[in-house]
Write a protein that binds this ligand. Structure first.
Ligand code: GLN
Length: 530
């Protein structure tokens, strides 16, 4: 029997429900349990694919091509999971499914209602992630904050869950804030009391409270929370602020959280092995050297937009026992002030993915600087496309080279749509999405990094390297070091005569884990240390 853990949160948003859910996943896996995680988003968009990174942060892409919430990235980074379409769903998907059933007459003329039809559909989507799989635990994270109107049908659905599968198979965990008020020099429990009361009003009694707190709190505070929220004292976990998110599983473990969960759900008790996690964390916290990497983007004030890149750099730092200092540089600033000055101190330059032409010339200028000054360079997706444009313009003398995304009339569309893509008009779900295989020749930096000739990496783009320019570019010193197995699509490029210049059409950052830093990021950081 698969057990379900439901994680909700209140008082404030941004308390880190995703990290909490991931940390619980990490701890349960360390005890040999088979776990999956699922994120429910109560907003009406069908998926985050068409949402602005300003509002929603990064769009995380899975192997099977789902454009999902960035919390799935945490799930994968903290566990051995490879998530997919079924690990995330939104209110938009629920209503879309219900409305199409209604149009097809599936409800046989009955009135279609939030209870039971919407709640039944939500429960079906929750169970779908476990169907046909032998899982011990499904951890379900409900997005939003308790008290939000749009979250109500989801809370009602999880409230009903024990009626369907038995109370002993369900566990509610609640993430809350226990603030420290400086002027009074006091820890305050009232916000938690009120928000738990709100949850109990709708029929959910949380059994474990994860209390975000700046300072450790006393036994009395614990007792008070326990009494007012109707939970046992051992089930009150202090989620104290830490330097690295990767410490969170250990903080929970010290307070016996995994033991409490295992006991409550009657899961098998196995020996715990967290040694690899602890070793990586030790390296992360005790670097023997440091490096500075400039990341050139257009959402630099909003780092959630580049979440996986940021984390992949941290993992690569740990792999090299090195602290990575990331300098976020606005591509438009480079357009105004030039790359040489702004990137002076960078020991590595990274140009990540993106859409639209804002800041493009700044990114191209940063790449020129990396190429000419022989600074290690990693280009990702749009970053690779810009590297191709830069090379075509400066090295091959095709002055007006561009991507047809930015200039549809360019005489040299070195980056272009494939013929078969030109007819597609819809914005949602029309990209090349998800994992595709790639073949890597020997004697390339890519091969050295991966140590194998065939890899699979995740994509999210429309435009491609234009094969008509293959000869001209390769003769001038660009190496195509990754191709689709049929040889039609360019997946990785390198530049000879440079210490480390690698750019890829896919997104390696999505597959980096603390326990398995991504080979390209690892070697990029290593090159920056030379
Ligand atoms: N805008 C480019 C394309 O659609 C690159 C996309 C990206 O960097 N993710 O091909």
């Amino acid at each position: 029997m698969t057990k379900y853990i439901f994680i909700t949160g209140g008082v404030l948003s941004s308390l880190g429900k995703g990290i909490s859910a991931s940390s619980i996943g990490c701890l349960l896996e360390s005890r040999g349990l088979r776990v999956t995680l699922q994120k429910i988003d109560p907003y009406l968009n069908v998926d985050p694919g068409t949402m602005s990174p300003f509002q929603h942060g990064e769009v995380y892409v899975t192997d099977d091509g789902a454009e999902t919430d960035l919390d799935l990235g945490h799930y994968e980074r903290f566990t051995s999971l490879s998530t997919g379409q079924k690990n995330n769903f939104t209110a938009g998907q629920i209503y879309q499914s219900i409305i199409s059933k209604e149009r097809e007459g599936d409800y046989l003329g009955r009135t279609v209602q939030v209870v039971p039809h919407v709640t039944d559909e939500i429960k079906r989507f929750i169970k779908r992630v476990a169907r046909g799989r032998r899982l011990d635990v499904v951890i379900v994270e409900v997005g939003g904050t308790v008290g939000d109107i749009e979250g109500l049908p989801f809370l009602e659905a999880i409230r009903q869950f024990p009626l369907d599968i038995g109370e002993e198979n369900c566990l509610y965990i609640y993430l809350t804030l226990v603030p420290y008020i400086r002027s009074a020099n006091e820890i305050k429990t009232k916000p938690t009391q009120h928000s738990v009361a709100r949850l109990r009003e709708i029929g959910i009694q949380p059994e474990i409270l994860l209390c975000r707190t700046e300072k450790p709190f006393s036994k009395e505070v614990k007792r008070k929370i326990a009494l007012f929220c109707n939970v046992t004292e051992e089930a009150i976990i202090q989620a104290i602020d830490v330097d690295s998110i990767y410490e969170v599983p250990l903080i929970y473990k010290e307070q016996g959280l995994d033991r409490t969960i295992i006991k409550r759900l009657g899961l098998p008790r196995r020996r715990q092995d967290l040694s690899q996690w602890e070793e990586m964390l030790r390296r992360l916290k005790n670097p023997s050297t440091s490096t500075e990497i400039a990341v050139i983007g257009k959402y630099v004030r909003l780092q959630d937009a580049y979440k996986s890149i940021n984390e992949a750099l941290i993992h690569a730092g740990a792999a090299n026992s090195c602290r990575v200092k990331t300098k976020w540089v606005d591509a438009e600033e480079i357009e105004k002030e030039g790359a040489d000055k702004l990137l002076e101190r960078a020991r590595g330059i990274l140009v990540p993915g993106g859409f639209g032409d804002r800041g493009i010339e700044g990114k191209i200028e940063a790449i020129r600087c990396a190429r000419q000054k022989k600074v290690p360079f990693l280009g990702i997706c749009l970053g690779m496309q810009c590297a191709v444009i830069e090379f075509a313009r400066r090295v091959c003398g095709l002055k007006s080279a561009n991507s047809s995304e930015f200039n549809p009339r360019t005489p040299h569309a070195v980056i272009d749509l494939l013929l078969e893509q030109r007819k597609v008009k819809d914005k949602g779900g029309t990209m090349r999405l998800g994992s595709y295989p790639c073949q890597i020749p020997p004697d390339s930096l890519a091969r050295k990094a991966y140590g194998k000739s065939r890899i699979g990496e995740r994509h999210r783009h429309r435009y491609e390297f234009n094969m008509q320019y293959k000869r001209q570019l390769t003769e001038a010193g660009m190496e195509l070091s990754g191709l689709s197995p049929d040889g039609r699509l360019v997946e990785i490029i390198e530049i000879s005569n440079h210490p480390w210049f690698v750019a890829c059409q896919f997104h390696p950052e999505f597959k980096s884990k603390l326990s398995q830093p991504h080979p390209l990021f690892r070697d990029f950081i290593k090159a920056s240390l030379c």
